[in-house]
Design a protein around this ligand. Structure first.
Ligand code: GBH
Length: 475
């Protein structure tokens, strides 16, 4: 992707943010009455995460949040997206809130506001209280009802000072990696449960959005963050185009169908009919899920390339398996996934900024007039602290430059993108990959937990302060 040489500048109101999530950064897993979430259980189960890594300490953000906010302010960030740990606020997933838990987030938000950084709260970034999983987890309807209660508690506590709300982060991962391939907590491998989980996550979103609105000032914005996939066909063969339709339904339509249009795609219902009759969708559910949104969050890393399995010379290779032999894609044995050509990051994910442009334009068409945010985008590289105490990451700068330029092109093409949150503020617990994969703009030394802004953080801070992308070559 050639870098444009002319300066790339953004509207003055554009938000320049960074994102994190609770389990990946907080640590302090037993403090203030917090109880285990499914990720505590999963990461302490032998063989589930690289090196047996877990979030017990993570990057100790729970104790270092003041320094972390000060660092964001120094860099020049204008927004910060973080998530609330459900089991810190409501340890059993039910019943009264724990004030100590809520107080932590109140102090964090006040610190951000004092520094002029706009907070965006994600209510659920994958860390279901273990007790709710023990009662069946997301495949059970009850979990959605519990989520609505939790949303109301957090909305009441922070709604006066936080304007931007995100109900769920990437429900696809919760449903399909958590209950299908099993590479994410709770590690179940039950194809039919993935669709039940997806529906109850949708319902949680709808009920949660309603609950938030019932307790918050009307000026606040309620959104959801989807890891909507850009699904491309290997060829124009009708069989490959049918594979795209199938994966697009299972990745995107299963969520945006009910959320934006009030219905599951007919093609999805048909393609999955051998697994389920969808009788868990009750009267009124689709109406509940179809809540008007104030914004939509899009998380983007890499596009997917698919074909019919019969058109794959090496046989089907389903994506997202990780170390699991189970596919995250139910009823899709007839689809093969292919490696997209091009340079890749340390995750093995192909770098393709045009995918972000296409994704934004797709949702501009799918939901006309709905403000969009890129709520995650970033790259893992094998960063090293130099002898001079610096971290040079020109590859990450190039990645960010390319993707921010793609966002700018989408704005020029008529998309209403209001902000961008870099994933991630700092290196952290990369789920099943543990601490080995570094996504941070800020480097974390895992022995001392000292923070060092990488050259990409300084580059991004300059973009945030000036509204113009500095040249990518500048490291
Ligand atoms: C996000 O997940 C998460 O919200 C965040 O917590 C995480 O740290 C970050 O991204 C980086 O991973 O996996 O081979 O099938 C992104 C998860 C990544 C899942 C891309 C689908 C497709 C390629 N998604 N992935 S593969």
């Amino acid at each position: 992707m050639p870098e444009p040489e002319t300066p790339v500048s953004f509207p003055s109101t554009f938000l320049w943010g960074a994102a994190t999530s609770a389990y990946q950064i907080e640590g302090a897993v037993r403090e203030g009455g917090r109880t285990p979430s499914i990720w505590d259980t999963f990461s302490h189960t032998p063989g589930k995460t690289a090196g047996g890594d877990h979030g017990d300490i993570a990057v100790d953000h729970y104790h270092r949040y003041r320094d972390d906010v000060a660092l964001m302010a120094e860099l020049g960030l204008t927004a910060y997206r973080f998530s609330v740990s459900w089991s810190r606020v409501q340890p059993t997933g039910r019943g009264p809130a724990v004030q100590v838990g809520l107080d932590f987030y109140r102090r964090l938000v006040d610190e951000l506001l004092e520094k002029g950084i706009k907070p965006a709260v994600t209510l659920y970034h994958w860390d279901l209280p273990q007790e709710l999983e023990d009662a069946g987890g997301w495949p059970e309807r009850e979990t959605a009802l519990r989520f609505a209660e939790y949303a109301q508690i957090v909305g009441e506590a922070l709604g006066d000072r936080v304007e931007q709300w995100i109900t769920l982060n990437e429900p696809w991962c919760s449903a399909f990696l958590g209950y299908g391939s099993g590479v994410h907590a709770p590690g179940r491998t039950e194809p039919a449960s993935t669709l039940r989980a997806a529906h109850h996550l949708n319902l949680a979103h709808g009920l949660g959005a309603k609950a938030l609105r019932s307790v918050m000032p009307a000026r606040n914005s309620v959104a959801v963050s989807l890891n909507s996939s850009v699904v491309r066909p290997l060829s124009q063969d009708p069989a490959d185009l049918a594979a795209v339709q199938k994966i697009d339904d299972l990745a995107n339509g299963v969520f945006h169908g009910p959320m934006l249009h009030g219905a599951y795609p007919a093609t999805l219902l048909e393609a999955t009919s051998s697994l389920t009759d969808w009788s868990f969708v009750q009267d009124g559910d689709l109406e509940t899920i179809h809540q008007p949104l104030d914004a939509l969050g899009l998380n983007y890393y890499t596009p997917a390339l698919v074909s019919a399995a019969s058109n794959a010379p090496d046989g089907p290779r389903a994506d997202g398996h990780g170390s699991s032999e189970h596919s995250p894609w139910p009823a899709a044995d007839d689809v093969a996934f292919h490696q997209t050509p091009g340079e890749r990051t340390e995750m093995g994910w192909t770098i393709d900024p045009s995918g972000l442009h296409d994704l934004i334009m797709r949702y501009t068409r799918e939901a006309p007039g709905l403000p969009l945010y890129v709520t995650e985008n970033g790259a893992a590289y094998d960063d090293k602290l130099d002898a001079d105490g610096r971290v040079h990451d020109p590859e990450r700068i190039a990645y960010l430059h390319g993707h921010l330029a793609a966002v700018r092109r989408a704005i020029t093409d008529g998309a209403d993108v209001r902000g961008y949150y870099l994933w991630s503020l700092m290196d952290n617990f990369e789920w099943a990959y543990g601490y080995g994969k570094r996504f941070g703009a800020v480097y974390v030394d895992y022995t001392t937990l000292a923070r060092t802004p990488k050259s990409s953080a300084l580059w991004y801070g300059r973009a945030a302060r000036t509204g113009v992308l500095p040249p990518a070559a500048q490291d």
